[in-house]
Design a protein. Structure first.
Length: 338
């Protein structure tokens, strides 16, 4: 782990982001625990038949959403693929509203019309939740163009998996963002696998960052299991984006669960041993070690925080369970009209 605090004290890099104070570090742990506990409950609810359709869990990748969103302002924009529960929660959509959306209930953040892959919250500038691999990357360029056109200084942070790099829209969006100097950070979560089905692995390029060169764009490779490394890289990229320079970040991460809830834990494309080996790099364990080593939290405080998060997630499940289904008439209404 490369804590922003210690690393920045030693080096005198003028572009380094300000160190995060202890209360922000504790907040990062809370967010990572919230995503983990929320998804553990979502997996349970899926098994009980309370969640229908696709459901792609983020467990193992928490440091990516938490570290990168820590570098954003509240008025910045986010746009994501279908593996977006973590980003939605970290952005501040209440867990009850996210869980209710997974349950297809009227109280969900997309009024029960979107489900797991289509979480939206326009007022929090959370622009979804998109199911078509790579389809939302040009939308990020469009959001960036909109910001620039209106003379704003926000940025748009766009998440996608490494298989999206095979899609033409990725290349079109990067090219346009570079040529038009759009305030966008393209964040590729390279979790090593892009699964079309449980058995078919789609071709994925591993030298993602190399593509930036074709478009004359800055890029960086980042350890996605280290929340500080993600924060540091994202903060630099966000600062550059505000000056009109897009960046491509390749964040190397790993998902501990199957591709979606319909896949087994490790499938036929990777071994149980590989998954177990990767779990030794669990980003939450890494952050708790750091907080303990720095004397910022003891084990009792970490346990208390975890219990608080568990209670919040239990309340979210109860809320989702007790919420009504959308009324049939709402089917024909625009979500924003509800
Ligand atoms: C255009 C398109 N082709 C195929 C699919 C089916 N599909 C869903 S997820 C997925 C794999 C994507 O992998 P990656 O981009 O690495 O993201 P990850 O699932 O690893 O987060 C595929 C091929 C799709 N949704 N859209
Ligand atoms: Mg992938």
């Amino acid at each position: 782990m490369t804590p922003a605090t210690a690393a920045q004290a030693k080096t005198k890099d003028p572009s380094a982001p300000s160190p995060l104070p202890p209360d922000r570090l504790r907040a990062l742990l809370r967010q990572m625990l919230l995503v983990r506990r929320f998804e553990e409950k979502a997996a349970e609810a899926y098994a009980l038949g309370k969640i229908g359709g696709f459901c792609h869990l983020y467990i193992g990748q928490e440091a990516v959403a938490v570290g990168s969103i820590a570098a954003l302002r509240d008025d910045d924009y986010l746009i994501c693929s279908y593996r977006e529960h973590g980003q939605a929660l970290v952005r501040g959509i209440p867990p009850a509203e996210v869980m209710a959306e997974l349950f297809g209930k009227a109280t969900g953040c997309s009024h029960g019309k979107g489900g797991s892959m289509h979480l939206f919250d326009a007022k929090r500038h959370f622009m979804g939740g998109h199911g078509i691999v790579g389809g939302h990357i040009p939308l990020a360029a469009g959001i960036g163009f909109g910001i620039k056109y209106k003379g704003g200084d926000q940025v748009c942070l766009c998440y996608f998996g490494e298989a999206a790099v095979n899609i033409g829209a990725f290349h079109e969006a990067l090219n346009m963002a570079a040529v038009w100097k759009l305030p966008v950070v393209f964040l590729c979560e390279n979790n090593r696998y892009g699964m079309g089905t449980a058995f078919e692995r789609v071709a994925a390029l591993t030298d993602v960052a190399e593509h930036a060169k074709s478009y004359d764009m800055e890029s960086a490779e980042v350890d996605g299991m280290d929340v500080f490394a993600v924060y540091d890289a994202a903060a630099r990229a966000v600062a550059r984006a505000r000056e009109g320079h897009p960046t491509l970040l390749e964040v190397r991460t790993y998902r501990f669960m199957g591709h979606s809830m319909s896949d087994p834990l490790h499938g036929v494309y990777r071994t149980k041993e590989e998954v177990e080996e990767q779990k030794k790099r669990d980003p939450i364990v890494g952050l708790t070690h750091h907080l303990r080593d720095e004397g910022l939290m003891d084990q009792a405080a970490i346990d208390a925080l975890d219990a608080e998060v568990h209670a919040e997630v239990d309340a979210a499940v109860k809320f989702a369970d007790e919420s009504p289904d959308p009324e049939p008439a709402a089917l024909m209404r625009d979500v924003l009209a509800d």
